[in-house]
Structure formats: structure tokens, C-alpha cells
Design a protein around this ligand. Structure first.
Ligand SMILES: NC(=O)c1ccc[n+]([C@@H]2O[C@H](COP(=O)([O-])OP(=O)(O)OC[C@H]3O[C@@H](n4cnc5c(N)ncnc54)[C@H](OP(=O)(O)O)[C@@H]3O)[C@@H](O)[C@H]2O)c1
Length: 299
């Protein structure tokens, strides 16, 4: 099947492209800079420009996956915040124009959103895909992103999937944070807040599950179903074999104030349940944090 992936050159996209390619699909990756990624072209993968105008080749694309988005890890100046929003909302409208220009009539649209949808406060509060959006900058971005994506409803019969993705663990993150944890001391903090992590294999695995026709249209939380407080999360990274050690890293209030709004990225609180994802029958490959860390570190 022909699949279009906007923003398929990034962290999630590059793994996804290789998994879908290995499963026999023909992939078109929309990039702002196709020349930079030209070495990714293969007989089954083609990197194309947003200005591409080629209905003959593209019209029978049936699945469209939107992963585009400015990285949220850059210091949130006013300009960066505008880029974060714009790259998720305006890109959606540009994508729609691209589909119309190339006579593409998608059957499925998959849109990368984030669990930031539920708001970063609400420590300990249970949320699932039916819960209302929360407050804060990321919650506003996620709502605007999902709202823009609903404009695809004008394609007759299209099924829309909103993927509310948690924090995808990376080896480089663990390597960066681990030495810091050795220097840390306990401070009052966020004992009751939950860390929303997921393994990349499960993000890609669930997207493939949708491509393979196994999940109904809807909103899906992509987060490990084993709840993990921030306390347990940092303890497990610090000493995977002894996560009950009491010396743990919490972020003191003065550091929270220095990073300003960006504290939303590290202070997520709700107990987020991937209810729909589990109901769909998807089996997570990585539920256990310790096994996930061990897996990432051996790669
Ligand atoms: N990684 C996570 O932990 C995580 C968590 C929750 C949600 N998500 C969401 O999942 C999606 C994929 O995540 P990712 O980590 O793979 O993202 P990524 O690697 O940071 O970026 C994906 C792609 O987006 C395009 N892009 C970057 N800045 C852009 C801009 N200003 N305007 C338009 N396109 C831009 C780039 O493609 P080109 O340069 O080729 O155009 C890039 O390769 C993102 O929307 C992200 O918000 C990720």
C-alpha cells in the first residue's frame, strides 16, 4: 500500500519508515529539505518536497501519517512557541492542500498529538482518552493540533486517528540524566505525579497496528500501561536494580521557576491510562520500565 508520512525524517519517522518498508509498503516522506535526506531514498521509499505536484504517482496513497512538528525541547521563547504551534497547526492545513493538489483521497489519517493534551498539572488525577483537555501551553497546542486535523473530515469516509503520545524514552536521555541523578538530593516535590513514558517500538508498533487494520478510528493514548510516578521513574534510571533507594531527584521550585513555562515538559502529573489502546487489543511490547531501560542501553 502507498503511505505518505509528513515529518517522516525525524526520530519516530525514521524507525517507522524502515518498519513499514520492511512490511512491503511504498512510502513517500514529505520533508522541507528532501536534498538533505536524499540518501534515504530506496526502491520503496521516496523523499519528496512539500511543493511536489505529481498526482499520477501519488493519487492512490491511502494512508497519511502526520508527524511534523518543531521540537518542543528548545528554550520556549515567544518565537519558539509560535513555531511549535505553527508547525503542528498550519502544517496540517498545508498537508490538506498537498493532498487535494495531488488528488489523494485518504482512507486513514494518523495525527501525532501528545499526552500533554490533558494538561501538566492534575497530579494523580486519572485521565483516559475520554477526559477533557487540560490547561497550559502544551495542552493548548495539542487541542489546536487535533482541531486542525478534524478539517480532514471533509474527505468522504476518512478515518481519523489522534495519537496522544507520551515521552518516548531515548538512550541519550538516560545517559544524560543518570550522572545528574548521582549528584542529587531529595527535595519536596512531585511524589504523586506520573511520568508518561513509552518505548519507541510501541509507538511504531501501534501505528503499524492501525495500518494493518486492527484498530478502529479514534483517540489513543500511547503510554506504557504500567503506571510510574516521577519518583519511581528517576529511581529506576538511577539504580535499575534497586529502585527503592530513598535518594532521589526532585526538581526544586527555584529550578522550576528558572525554566518558566518549560516546566510543563518535566512536571507532567495525571495518571494517564491508555484505555482505548488496550481496548483495541494492542499488546505493548514494553510495559516494564526496567526492561525498557535495559533494552535501550544495550543498543
Ligand atoms: N518524541 C517524543 O517523545 C514525542 C512525544 C509526544 C509527541 N511527539 C510528537 O510526535 C511527532 C514526531 O515526533 P519526533 O520525535 O519524531 O519529532 P522530530 O524528530 O522532532 O520531528 C519530526 C519532523 O518534523 C519536521 N519538522 C521539524 N520542525 C518543523 C517545523 N518547524 N515545521 C514543519 N516541520 C517540522 C522535520 O521534518 P523535515 O525537516 O524533514 O521537514 C522532522 O524530521 C511530533 O509531532 C511530536 O510532537 C513526540
Amino acid at each position: 500500500m502507498k503511505i505518505l508520512i509528513a515529518g517522516g525524517t525525524g526520530f519516530v519517522g525514521s524507525r517507522l519508515v524502515s518498519v513499514l518498508e520492511n512490511n512491503g509498503h511504498d512510502i513517500f516522506v514529505l520533508s522541507r529539505n528532501p536534498k538533505k535526506y536524499s540518501d534515504l531514498n530506496t526502491s520503496k521509499v521516496k523523499i519528496i518536497d512539500w511543493n511536489e505536484d505529481n498526482p499520477n504517482e501519488l493519487h492512490d496513497i491511502r494512508i497519511v501519517i502526520k508527524l511534523s512538528g518543531e521540537n518542543v525541547g528548545t528554550l520556549w521563547t515567544k518565537t519558539v512557541k509560535e513555531k511549535i504551534l505553527d508547525s503542528r497547526v498550519n502544517t496540517t492545513y498545508q498537508l490538506k492542500e498537498f493532498l487535494l493538489r495531488n488528488s489523494i483521497r485518504p482512507l486513514k489519517i494518523l495525527n501525532a498529538s501528545a499526552i500533554g493534551y490533558y494538561g501538566f498539572l492534575n497530579e494523580g488525577k486519572e485521565v483516559n482518552e475520554l477526559s477533557k483537555a487540560g490547561s497550559g501551553f502544551l495542552a493548548e497546542v495539542c487541542q489546536a493540533n487535533e482541531q486542525a486535523c478534524r478539517s480532514f473530515e471533509s474527505f468522504q469516509g476518512v478515518k481519523i486517528y489522534q495519537l496522544r503520545i507520551g515521552f518516548i524514552l531515548k538512550k541519550s536521555f538516560i545517559q544524560m540524566i543518570k550522572p545528574l541523578l548521582l549528584l542529587c538530593f531529595p527535595v519536596p516535590g512531585i511524589n504523586n505525579a506520573f511520568f508518561p513514558w513509552i518505548h519507541l517500538d510501541d509507538v511504531v508498533g501501534f501505528i503499524k497496528y492501525i495500518v494493518d487494520e486492527k484498530a478502529e478510528e479514534g483517540n489513543y493514548n500511547l503510554i506504557s500501561p504500567q503506571f510510574c510516578t516521577h519518583y519511581k521513574f528517576y529511581q529506576t534510571i538511577k539504580s535499575p536494580k534497586n529502585p527503592n533507594n530513598k535518594w532521589v531527584f526532585f526538581i526544586p521550585k527555584f529550578i522550576q521557576n528558572i525554566v518558566g513555562d518549560m516546566k510543563e515538559l518535566v512536571l507532567y502529573g495525571p495518571k494517564t491510562i491508555p484505555s482505548n489502546t488496550l481496548l483495541s487489543g494492542y499488546q505493548f511490547k514494553f510495559e516494564d520500565l526496567r526492561e525498557t531501560i535495559e533494552d535501550l542501553m544495550k543498543k
